[in-house]
Structure formats: structure tokens, C-alpha cells
Design a protein around this ligand. Structure first.
Ligand code: ATP
Ligand code: MG
Length: 445
């Protein structure tokens, strides 16, 4: 992309109403604009990151064997009356009437709708196990929308639902989700710790939340530092392997890690003192096993191997895709702006031309631009006729992980400069070497 043809309305000043770094930076970097309290337009740069995260979530869900689909944002109230949640959900639910006076709602989650789809189409245990998911906008009329996309009213969420014949099957689905979520966050360059959690209005027996540690997080958490040292890394995972998924579940959930809602001071005291941590965290995902809560209420049954109809065992599993952008920025920024992990950078390499209109500098920038594009490393070329300082400030603000600077002085010796946003280190090299280096960096991501 050439910046002169893009739409990147950056702001010089910190917007007064934005209290935390991620909210300020998303506004300043021209990623979002507020449309109403807790409701945002996603400008091109923000939309690009949202799509990248969505793609990673899709890939990892499908790798785990989960099947994508799409349910609508608007749902009929009747289904929620069946489960009893139409009244229970309270003021967070946005209720709407259509022209015929029928009650609709903007879905805050989809247990009822997916259970209805399931019960109308699946009759036999032979069609199980089944996990369906979608990534769709949700609406919750939060009391206090704040911190930008972190606690919006309208937000983008992956929600998945497993259907299994029995508790053992559903617990494997639960473990499989935990493992696939760990992979998802790791791929984004994020450390998200699984912690035992409360089940809240979804209901049920088992739940874990995934938390990104950040001072601005809304949750108070207590954990054994051993859990923060774990990672999946390169290990090969067979998501149908019940023992392997259970093993990873045990590995990641045995060290003490809980949110304030389930915190047990006596248990925590048994963690060696030097490993006890209390901190704040951002909830970026949650998984639930709730047995037959919805299948009982909504009569979702299948015939079991002995011919008897039995209610299916279910769980639901969510990732806050739009909130993740806020969490990523909270975990990756400095006073100059965002520092995207390579895997989620909206533009992988920035090109800064220090002498726009100079025959030599323009030619080398074009060579780099075309070479990066050919290599699949979408560059952002700042081809505007502005001063160097403003160009550097923009690249730093929007967080390009790597920047190539092309100026007349360096070119006298055939050199351009490659700069790492995170370390701030620069190195002089030929344009060809810079292209090779960028290709190598992104091959490893
Ligand atoms: P919270 O406790 O933060 O209100 P929740 O537990 O009610 O969230 P879930 O039902 O678990 O939310 O939804 C799944 C995920 O969706 C959450 O882990 C979170 O990442 C995201 N999410 C929930 N509410 C919001 C919101 N208002 N704005 C942005 N993301 C949200
Ligand atoms: Mg939650």
C-alpha cells in the first residue's frame, strides 16, 4: 500500500476521553472511530488487524476439527424464553420489536440458537461428536462501556459449541478447546494464561478463562509463576488424541491460577512464596462445560447406542476477537506507539523515502516495494512529500515491526537502513540484503 493512496487519519494529540494506552493508540493510529458509546467503526488499519486475527482464529479452530458457520446477529426472543434466559439476562440484552410486534434481540451469545439448529437436524449419536462455531458481532448493553474495543457494547467474538453423547466426550471437547486456544494466542505472539473461572450467566460446572496480564486489566488474578513459563511451542498436536489433550490440559491447569471470583487464599498459600503472583489481567477468552443445561431445557436429544433418547452434553467456548486487539496493544507498545508482533502486523514492513521525488531514492523505494510485495510481505510505503520526522513518527505510531529507510546519503554507498521497531536497532545494508533479511524474518513467524 502506498500511504498517499491509503486512508490513515492519524491524530497528533491524545484524545481526552481515552484513558488507557490501547484505546489512545487505536484512535491516534486511525484504527477505529467511535460511533456511539461502546460502538466503533473499524477504519482500514483496524479492520486489517481484525481480519488477521479472525483468520488465525479460523485456522486454529479448523485445525482442531471445529466447523465454521454463520448465525445472524438478530435472534427471536422465543428461543430464549424456552431456556429461561430471556428474563434472566437482564438489562445487558438489547431487545428489539419488529413491525409485527414480535420480540427480537441482538445476540449477546448463541447457546439457544445453536441448540435449536442442532435439535432440528441431529437425531442419532452416530452424528456426534460435533463442534460448530462462528465469528460474529455480539451486542451487550454494558453498564459501563470503556477502554475502547476492550469493553465495547458491540464486539466481535468467536463462539463455538460442542455436542457430545456423554460427559467424557464433552470433557475431551473442553480440553481440545483449551489446547486450541493456547495455540491461537501463541500464534498471535500473546501470552494468555488459563485460569480457573466462575461460570456466570452461561451456567455449568467447569470453566477456564484466558488472561493477558496487564496493569489496565479489569480482572484481579492470582497465580503460580510456573504457569507463565509454559508454552506449547512447536509440539505436534493430534486433537483427536484424548490422552494428549488431557495431558496438555493437566500441564497448563495444575499450577495455581485463578481469577478473584474463584480465588482460594488457603490453596494459594501452598504455592511456594517466591512463585506467588497477584496481578491484573484482560480476559481474552473463556471455555465452559455445562452438561445438559440447554439440551434439557430445549429438549435436544439424540438416540444413544442402546436406542434410548438422551440429552446431549454441551459446552460453549468464546474468544474476544475485537478485545484481543486492545490486549495485544496493551502488551506491545511504548511511548511512541504500537509495536505489533510480526504475526499480526497489519503491514509487515514500512518503507520511508527521505527524498520523495529524487530519482534515485524513488527508484530504490519502488524496487523494495515491488520486491516485498512479490515476497508476500505487504509493505506500507510512505511516499508522501512530508518531512522525515513525520514519516518516522507515523511508522512508529502504527507499529510496523520493520522499517526500511531510503535516503540520498546512504544510497551514495548503495546502502539503505533496516530498523527494528521493538529494539530500535538499525543496520545498513544493500536493498537486496534488506529484502532477503525481511523474507527470512517472516519465514520464521
Ligand atoms: P467480561 O467478564 O469481560 O464481561 P464475559 O465473561 O461476560 O466478559 P464471555 O461471555 O466469556 O464474556 O465472552 C467471551 C469473550 O468475549 C470474553 O472472554 C471477552 O474476551 C469477550 N468479550 C466479552 N464481553 C466483551 C465486551 N463487552 N467487549 C469486548 N469483548 C468482550
Ligand atoms: Mg467470560
Amino acid at each position: 500500500m502506498r500511504l498517499s493512496r491509503y486512508f490513515l487519519p492519524v491524530l497528533k494529540e491524545n484524545p481526552a476521553d481515552a484513558k488507557i494506552a490501547s484505546h489512545q493508540l487505536m484512535l491516534r493510529a486511525g484504527m477505529i472511530r467511535q460511533s456511539a458509546a461502546g460502538i466503533y467503526s473499524w477504519l482500514p488499519l483496524g479492520f486489517k488487524v481484525l481480519r488477521m486475527l479472525e483468520n488465525i482464529v479460523h485456522e486454529e479452530q479448523q485445525r482442531a476439527g471445529h466447523i465454521p458457520m454463520l448465525m445472524p446477529t438478530l435472534q427471536t426472543a422465543d428461543l430464549w424464553r424456552e431456556s429461561g434466559r430471556y428474563e434472566d439476562y437482564g438489562e445487558e440484552m438489547l431487545r428489539i420489536k419488529d413491525r409485527h410486534g414480535r420480540d427480537l434481540l441482538y445476540g449477546p451469545t448463541n447457546e439457544e440458537l445453536i441448540t435449536d439448529i442442532f435439535r432440528n437436524s441431529v437425531n442419532s449419536y452416530k452424528e456426534l461428536p460435533l463442534t460448530l462455531y462462528h465469528i460474529q458481532w455480539k451486542f451487550r448493553d454494558e453498564v459501563r462501556p470503556r477502554f475502547g474495543v476492550m469493553r465495547g457494547r458491540e464486539f466481535f467474538m468467536k463462539d463455538g459449541y460442542n455436542f457430545d453423547l456423554d460427559e467424557a466426550g464433552a470433557l475431551h471437547a473442553y480440553n481440545r478447546h483449551l489446547v486450541s486456544y493456547l495455540r491461537t494466542y501463541e500464534r498471535m505472539g500473546l501470552k494468555a494464561l488459563p485460569m480457573r473461572a466462575d461460570t456466570g450467566p452461561i451456567g455449568g460446572d467447569h470453566s477456564h478463562e484466558f488472561l493477558v496480564l496487564a496493569e489496565t486489566g479489569e480482572s484481579e488474578v492470582f497465580y503460580d509463576s510456573a504457569v507463565s513459563e509454559l508454552s506449547l511451542g512447536e509440539r505436534k498436536i493430534d486433537f483427536d488424541d484424548v490422552a494428549q489433550c488431557q495431558g496438555i490440559f493437566d500441564e497448563f491447569t495444575t499450577p495455581y491460577a485463578r481469577t478473584d471470583e474463584t480465588h482460594d487464599a488457603a490453596l494459594f498459600a501452598k504455592v511456594p512464596a517466591e512463585r506467588q503472583r497477584s496481578a491484573r489481567g484482560i480476559e481474552v477468552g473463556q471455555i465452559f462445560y455445562f452438561g445438559t443445561k440447554y439440551s434439557d431445557a430445549m429438549n435436544a436429544r439424540v438416540s444413544s447406542p442402546d436406542g434410548k433418547p438422551v440429552p446431549v452434553h454441551m459446552g460453549s467456548h468464546g474468544i474476544g476477537v475485537s478485545r484481543l486487539i486492545g490486549a495485544l496493544i496493551e502488551a506491545n507498545h511504548d511511548e511512541r506507539g504500537i509495536i505489533w508482533p510480526e504475526a499480526v502486523a497489519p503491514f509487515r514492513v514500512g518503507i520511508v523515502n527521505l527524498k520523495q521525488g529524487g530519482a534515485e531514492t524513488d527508484a530504490v523505494c519502488e524496487q523494495l516495494y515491488n520486491g516485498l510485495q512479490r515476497g508476500g510481505l505487504e509493505p506500507l510505503y510512505d511516499d508522501r512529500e512530508t518531512r522525515a520526522g513525520a514519516k518516522f513518527a507515523t511508522m512508529d505510531l502504527i507499529g510496523c515491526p520493520w522499517r526500511i529507510t531510503v535516503g540520498p546519503r546512504g544510497l551514495k554507498n548503495g546502502m539503505v537502513e533496516l530498523t527494528c521497531r521493538r529494539s530500535g536497532e538499525s543496520e545498513e545494508m544493500s536493498p537486496e540484503a534488506a529484502l532477503d533479511r525481511c523474507a527470512q524474518i517472516y519465514r520464521e513467524v
